[in-house]
Ligand binder design. Structure first.
Ligand code: HEM
Length: 225
């Protein structure tokens, strides 16, 4: 068996998924997500969470034009993914006219957005790690969050409040994700850089977990026992 071909056998997209599997389960089962999606929190928690996402996507999308022709990050920058305008609609619906004044980022959110900006400016492959962690998640588990939020807080289906989760211009998310994974597999960097990207994906998940911890502290629910 020729060992030299070994690293090529596992596609990079599958390596990323494996490298972040445990963290994904942790995020999914985090106290804040469980409390919020389990019906233990009011719509104000969802509003606060949505405001945190605004900072993250504002950072991700502020560099779309600058990175559009970058050989590494460029192929991932797609207008149909853009979320900031949708987040702003949702925040206006959830928070009312004053939403901009209430955008205050949690410390973890501020650190997360700062790291995204740093990558966008200095390390396009690192930016891809952040892009993957958010957008592929939104196209997947984000749909679970949307359905639950609509039911819990009587938000219009696919309407104001949950527009962030609605990708009108991506009619076939499964096909889109397949193509996205092909782009990851073809990422124009060498093996050493791929390993750094894997590390940055894990860091991206860590930022999300830190945000969930701070949100859980801000929205505690009384526990039994
Ligand atoms: C309640 C919370 C969550 C649920 C229910 C959930 C659920 C899921 C599901 C079912 C998939 C698999 C989709 C598929 O195989 O095509 C998925 C994929 C994914 N999720 Fe989540 N997720 C949650 C939270 C998160 C969070 C917080 C992040 C990170 C910010 C995240 C990032 C991802 C990513 C990057 C993928 C794509 C994995 C891949 O195929 O490479 N998810 N999620």
């Amino acid at each position: 068996m020729p060992e030299s071909t070994q690293p090529e056998i596992v596609p990079f997209s599958a390596r990323i998924r494996t490298a972040t599997e445990r963290q994904h389960a942790d995020a999914e089962n985090s106290t804040f997500m469980s409390d919020m999606l389990g019906g233990g929190l009011g719509v104000e928690a969802f509003y606060r969470y949505t405001a945190q996402l605004w900072h993250v996507y504002e950072a991700l999308e502020a560099y779309s034009d600058a990175l559009a022709h970058d050989p590494v990050a460029g192929p991932f920058v797609r207008p149909e993914l853009a979320r900031v305008a949708h987040l702003e609609d949702d925040l206006a619906h959830l928070g009312g006219a004053n939403w901009r004044a209430e955008l205050e980022p949690l410390p973890s959110t501020a650190a997360y957005a700062a790291r995204v900006r740093e990558c966008a400016q200095q390390w396009p492959a690192g930016y891809v790690a952040h892009h993957y962690t958010r957008y592929l998640g939104d196209l997947s588990g984000g749909q679970v969050v949307r359905g639950t939020a609509e039911k819990l807080w009587q938000l219009p289906k696919r309407g104001a409040g949950v527009r962030f989760y609605v990708f009108d211009q991506i009619p076939n998310p499964a096909a889109f994700k397949r193509e996205y994974r092909e782009l990851l597999d073809a990422l124009a960097v060498d093996e050493l850089e791929r390993q750094r990207v894997l590390g940055e994906c894990q860091r991206a998940f860590d930022f999300n977990s830190a945000m969930f911890r701070e949100l859980a502290a801000e929205f505690p629910i009384r526990r039994r026992g």
